[in-house]
Design a protein around this ligand. Structure first.
Ligand code: COA
Length: 414
């Protein structure tokens, strides 16, 4: 890949010490004793107390190179996403989630790879039954993975087998939770079904049509991996401490749960319901923008071009037999939204993102909007666990520095 970012962006990032404790020392430059205390008080401003005060700080670590990966390449300017060099559109058209997960874990493309859902240990079912009726699916999934970790031997470093077992377990656990809260019994995995078909079967009790399972599989492929997003970075930080794979994924789910990360497909559903019909789109969008609201499913921190995942999912949505009635509305509203966003932000391209067409695909396969974020997390298991493997293979404790901006050294009040 000639335009791989790795060569030019290789960073000489500050290395953490072996014990990971390189907190900016506010006494640096003063008469520090070996125990870190000083015998005489000073009134130095923080900037004079540390050799780190003038090192550049990027809020949100935006633009900071915090690692290297061979798992995915995001070309925001040209709207490209590659998994280990393969185009996302080709993977959706010709691959399966099982093959993509295997590619991410092993680096090998095996179109025939299989990944059925896994069994849910009794301890996890007991835990899920103990949760309050009001528990949200993301909380249930996070709890289930944590409980699962306590039933497993997960020695460090993580392995492909561990990654496969955890990725296979979670859809069964989420389906079990959905059934328990609906007053139904969990359903055992069917080893003849692959992961996405098995997830739908264990949710509904009915084996899905191949076309329905294929649509969800496409969604899982586009959701599998996306660089150093916040949840993936969390998984890598946890792995770098030599903690176990379940802990890394529990942390990743907790990070994914935040509304700034977990995605907006259910909000796309709400927004389209408010628009109501194509004739109302222009007025509704102009009024929403005038109120300072954002259009859900548009704009992206990285992509300036049309999100390639949105393009792949639009094709899938349009090809679905059981597409939601409002897919035609979504297509009509998209055209109006893109025109108005281009008019309002001529210097900042705001295009359709993955969430916009995730919504009709997830609705079309029969999922309720409250399951959307947790289902996205199931898809991202492949990426999280692949990053854990990659981190462990060349591990260095992730331990950045921080600029101290508090008071200078001073005496305690008498
Ligand atoms: N609708 C309307 N205006 C938008 C917009 C949207 N979806 N996304 C960005 N903008 C506008 C902002 O209001 C801002 O305008 P201003 O400069 O006049 O203040 C400008 O574009 C830049 O926005 P900024 O917040 O700096 O962009 P970002 O890269 O940080 O934001 C998102 C990325 C995804 C958070 C943002 O586009 C968004 O909120 N989208 C809607 C939610 C969504 O679809 N999320 C799923 C993402 S996969």
């Amino acid at each position: 890949m000639t335009d791989s970012p790795s060569a030019e962006t290789r960073s000489e990032s500050a290395a953490a010490s072996g014990d990971g404790d390189r907190t900016a020392d506010p006494t640096a430059g003063t008469a520090a004793a070996p125990n870190g205390k000083t015998s005489a008080a000073t009134t130095d401003a923080p900037g004079e107390m540390t050799d780190q005060a003038h090192r550049p700080f990027s809020p949100g670590l935006e633009g900071v190179i915090a690692g290297e990966t061979s798992l995915s390449f995001i070309d925001g300017a040209r709207g490209r996403l590659l998994y280990r060099g393969y185009r996302i559109g080709d993977l959706v058209a010709h691959g399966s989630y099982a093959a993509v997960a295997n590619l991410l874990w092993t680096g090998t493309w095996d179109r025939s790879a299989r990944l059925p859902t896994g069994a849910v240990p009794d301890a996890v079912i007991t835990t899920l039954r103990a949760l309050p009726q009001t528990t949200k699916p993301m909380d249930a999934l996070r709890t289930a993975v944590s409980a699962w970790g306590s039933t497993q031997e997960l020695p460090w470093p993580p392995t492909v087998e561990q990654a496969r077992a955890l990725t296979a377990f979670s859809p069964s656990a989420l389906a079990a939770f959905a059934r328990i809260r609906a007053g139904q019994e969990p359903i055992e995995p069917d080893p003849a079904l692959d992961l996405t078909a098995g997830y739908l079967y264990q949710l509904t009790g009915t084996r899905p049509e191949p076309e329905t399972a294929r649509a969800l599989d496409a969604y899982f492929i586009v959701g599998a991996e996306h660089g150093f997003n916040a949840s993936t970075f969390t998984a890598r930080v946890i792995t770098s401490t030599r903690s176990d794979l379940a802990s890394a994924v529990v942390g990743a789910i907790g990070t994914m749960k935040g509304p700034l990360h977990g995605g907006a497909p259910s909000e796309v559903v709400d927004q389209l319901a408010q628009v109501g019909s194509p004739e109302h789109a222009e007025a509704w969008i102009r009024e929403a923008l005038a109120r300072g609201e954002r259009l859900m499913g548009f704009g992206h921190r990285v992509y300036r071009a049309y999100d390639p995942r949105a393009a792949a999912l639009r094709t899938v949505a349009e090809g679905m037999e059981h597409k939601p009635e409002w897919l035609q509305l979504a297509i009509a509203v998209e055209d109006v939204a893109l025109r108005i966003l281009a008019e309002k932000h001529p210097d900042r391209p705001l295009k359709t993102n993955v969430e916009y067409y995730a919504a009709p695909v997830l609705m079309g396969v029969g999922l309720t909007p409250d399951l959307f974020p947790a289902t996205f997390s199931l898809a991202r298991h492949a990426g999280w666990t692949a990053h854990a493997l990659e981190q462990a293979a060349n591990n260095r404790l992730i331990r950045p520095d921080v600029n101290y901006v508090g008071p200078g050294e001073r005496d305690l009040p008498a």
